[in-house]
Design a protein around this ligand. Structure first.
Ligand SMILES: Cc1cc2nc3c(=O)[nH]c(=O)nc-3n(C[C@H](O)[C@H](O)[C@H](O)COP(=O)(O)O)c2cc1C
Length: 411
């Protein structure tokens, strides 16, 4: 039996892509774009920290394929006519110390904040149900066939421009309740045409996007898909569905699958660790990822809850090829170096145990985003931030970013 690789070992993927190790910075929307949704100085400073963090691959926060449909204020968008130079600079910084640069590309579908006054389109006109917080989100309009083709073209255009900017690959975001997840889930996709009904139809948009990116981008350009292991909602997308979609993605030549789970309505990607921390509990989706890894030849990465080296190693031991981390790398961008020097070193993942789950989820995100902004301003991170104060600061920042976005849209 061959020995299991260490997380710190280099790895050559079946597609020939070589990574300097198996620890990956997962996507985190930074909400730190400069004017006109472009990457700028704050993002560059932030990514310099990760570039020096000894990571195998760095995935950007989601980059929108349509500037009129943003996941949040201060987000980045890359369209056909967007100036490319800031993206070229971004890729160069990410790659400056040997990590590969992957751009995550996304469309929010119905997960658009009303305050952003953007386009909220979805497979069916099913609004978000987040109890009393539902009113924060725009009511979606059911997409026409032309809308669906337009979105597909936009993903392909953004991927081709990522090639031109010097990125090593793209990650198509088909998790966390965004547009491609909305197509995959029978709860949000109630269409009766070729885009709805059977899983084959619900997966059609994702599969079309992948096959067109594959056809239009150079052969060495890496294509990743981030997919939910499950929606964690009754009647929603389940592990068996994920495995069937991944079989199709394998046939199309996808190079890496990132396994996550949940959505705004059911934020499983932020599982609350109220119990003692065990290796199994810390990697939220490991059991799912491990089953997926057994079912596919595509290298699997899983993200969620990882902050300690033994947990990361367990992910590899259980059959995954790569380990993804988001929150812990916001608090400690050089966590991998710290693990190498001190194997018991633990990173930080914040949790907020307020009774209002939606607010607790926002506060948790705001604690992480606060660290991203601090790094972007070349300040040290705060290891134990106050949830309330982080939320207040985040709301002020988001208000400012929303105002700027709306002013720019009206110009
Ligand atoms: C502030 C913040 C922003 C995020 N933005 C994205 C994103 O743009 N795309 C994405 O796929 N996941 C995003 N996520 C989810 C993470 O990639 C990851 O799946 C999740 O946080 C669980 O991993 P962790 O426990 O290591 O943080 C975000 C998470 C946080 C905390």
């Amino acid at each position: 039996m061959s020995a299991v690789a260490s997380i710190f070992d280099p790895v050559t993927l079946p597609c020939g892509f070589r990574l300097q190790n198996r620890v990956i910075k997962a996507a985190m929307e930074e909400n730190m774009a400069t004017h006109h949704c472009l990457p700028g100085p704050a993002l560059f400073s932030l990514y310099r920290y990760w570039a020096h963090g000894n990571l195998g691959m760095i995935i950007t926060g989601n980059v929108m394929v349509d500037k009129q449909a943003m996941t949040g204020p201060g987000g980045v968008a890359l369209e056909a006519d967007t100036p490319l130079e800031p993206f070229t600079q971004w890729a160069k910084i990410i790659r400056s110390n040997g990590a590969k640069a992957i751009m995550q590309i996304n469309h929010p579908g119905r997960q658009v904040l009303k305050a952003m006054r953007g386009k909220a389109i979805a497979p069916s006109a099913v609004g978000l149900n987040m109890g009393k917080h539902s009113k924060m989100f725009a009511t979606p309009v059911e997409m026409t066939g032309d809308d669906i083709h337009d979105v597909c073209q936009r993903f392909v255009t953004t991927a081709m421009r990522a090639v031109d900017a010097g990125f090593d690959g793209v990650e198509i975001h088909a998790a966390h309740g965004y547009l491609l997840t909305q197509f995959l889930s029978p709860l949000t996709n109630q269409r009766k045409d070729e885009w709805g009904g059977a899983l084959e139809n619900r997966a059609r948009l994702l599969l079309n996007i992948v096959s067109q990116i594959k056809a239009r981008c150079p052969s060495g350009f890496l294509i990743m898909v981030k997919i939910n292991s499950a929606d964690f909602q009754r009647g929603g997308f389940e592990l068996g569905d994920a495995i069937r979609v991944i079989e199709r993605l394998e046939a199309l030549g996808v190079n890496i699958i990132e396994v996550s789970g949940g959505s705004y309505e059911s934020p499983a990607m932020q599982r609350r660790n109220t119990d003692e921390q065990t290796l199994a509990r810390e990697a939220y989706f490991l059991e799912f990822a491990s089953r997926i890894a057994k079912a596919t030849a595509i290298p699997v990465m899983t993200t969620g809850g990882i902050k300690r080296a033994p947990v990361a190693q367990r992910v590899i031991n259980k059959g995954c090829t790569l380990v993804g981390m988001a929150s812990a790398l916001a608090f400690t961008p050089d966590l991998v170096k710290k693990w190498q020097a001190e194997p018991d070193y633990s990173g930080v993942i914040p949790h907020c145990h307020w009774r209002d789950k939606a607010l607790a989820s926002l506060a948790t995100m705001s604690m992480v985003r606060r660290q991203l902004r601090r790094l972007g301003n070349d300040l040290t991170t705060v290891r134990h931030p106050s949830a309330l104060w982080s939320l207040v600061l985040d709301m002020c920042h988001r208000k400012r970013m929303t105002r700027r976005y709306l002013n720019e849209q009206n110009q």
